[in-house]
Design a protein around this ligand. Structure first.
Ligand SMILES: [Zn+2]
Ligand SMILES: [Zn+2]
Length: 307
């Protein structure tokens, strides 16, 4: 990404918006604190209810999506945890990717989980100010602090954060997160930051940011757990939240869409066909299904699956 031509950038979107592989889903939860610039090293049969709260229905066009109705608070059914899904960025896909993914604009959704101990932020979309990204994808991006502010959350309310993976359409605004906020990342993902064409490192590996590099599952707040779900990338992770109703899963891009969770397998709705290691991808999906979630949220689909 740093020096690639426009053509290289376009073709490498596959590497960022679609998958790569890893072999292991570690089980231990060893945390290693590092800071920016410190190179550290077939579906369960359930019926599907799409966007039960009209989330998708509030969007009509890309520009409108980013100016109004971009986020809807969603109570998960318990009084002490609130889930806020929000659209934070969209980018215009090159024709090849439009054909592959079945959409013209590629949306990135983040989620804020408000819990008794604070607010955990999962993903923050595309960032600002990279000439090559701007020229190639014409991204429409809202500052993460503005999006959260619409829900009464200030950046100082954040007590932890993570990206499902470090492709630039999920982590582009890490650079705007408060210095000292723990940002949890799997070791296998952190190792990719400076690989050619992997992401936009200048948005991620920033002095002052505090990454907590972990191997495997880790509880990041009471009832909130990050679970390795490699497949799309080597260190992909998903977030699971325990509620009185059951598990609420934030799949990230371990599963592309609500339709995929419900059994769809076409490349326009499923990440499986383009996954570099499909066995690993499948194991990660199985890991999430084993949680028997009552709701599943996705990073690129506003539809919320629920049982
Ligand atoms: Zn993505
Ligand atoms: Zn990706």
């Amino acid at each position: 990404m740093r020096s690639g031509s426009r053509r290289a950038t376009t073709s490498s979107l596959q590497a960022r918006v679609s998958p790569r592989l890893d072999s292991r889903a570690g089980l231990s939860a060893l945390g290693t604190r590092t800071t920016g610039s410190d190179k550290a090293s077939p579906p369960v049969s359930r019926h599907r209810k799409s966007h039960p709260h009209g989330l998708e229905g509030t969007f009509t066009s890309p520009s409108e999506r980013l100016t109004e109705g971009t986020a809807v608070g969603l109570d998960v059914g318990v009084t002490d945890i609130r889930v806020i899904p929000f659209l934070v960025s969209e980018m215009l896909l090159p024709p090849d990717d439009q054909a592959l993914l079945g959409v013209e604009w590629w949306p990135s959704y983040g989620h804020a989980v408000v819990h008794p101990g604070g607010v955990f932020l999962f993903d923050n979309g595309v960032g600002f100010g990279n000439a090559e990204i701007d020229a190639t994808f014409s991204p429409r991006v809202r500052p993460i602090e503005d999006v959260l502010g619409e829900h009464g959350i200030s950046m100082t309310d954040l007590t932890g954060g993570a990206n499902c993976h470090l492709h630039f359409d999920h982590s582009g605004q890490n650079i705007r997160l408060p210095k000292g906020l723990p940002i949890f990342v799997q070791r296998a993902e952190w190792a990719m930051v400076h690989e050619p064409d992997y992401t936009i490192a200048e948005w991620i590996d920033v002095p002052g940011l505090m990454y907590e590099v972990v191997d495997g599952e880790i509880e990041v707040a009471l009832g909130l757990r990050l679970i390795p779900t490699p497949g799309h990338t080597p260190g992909h992770q998903s977030l699971a939240v325990t509620t009185s109703e059951g598990a609420v899963v934030f799949a990230g891009q371990a599963v592309r869409s609500s339709a995929e969770w419900g059994g769809a397998s076409g490349q326009e709705s499923s990440g499986y066909p383009s996954a570099p290691d499909q066995d690993t991808y499948t194991r990660s999906v199985a890991r999430l299904r084993a949680l028997d979630p009552v709701r599943v949220h996705f990073a690129h689909d506003p539809a919320i699956w629920q049982c």
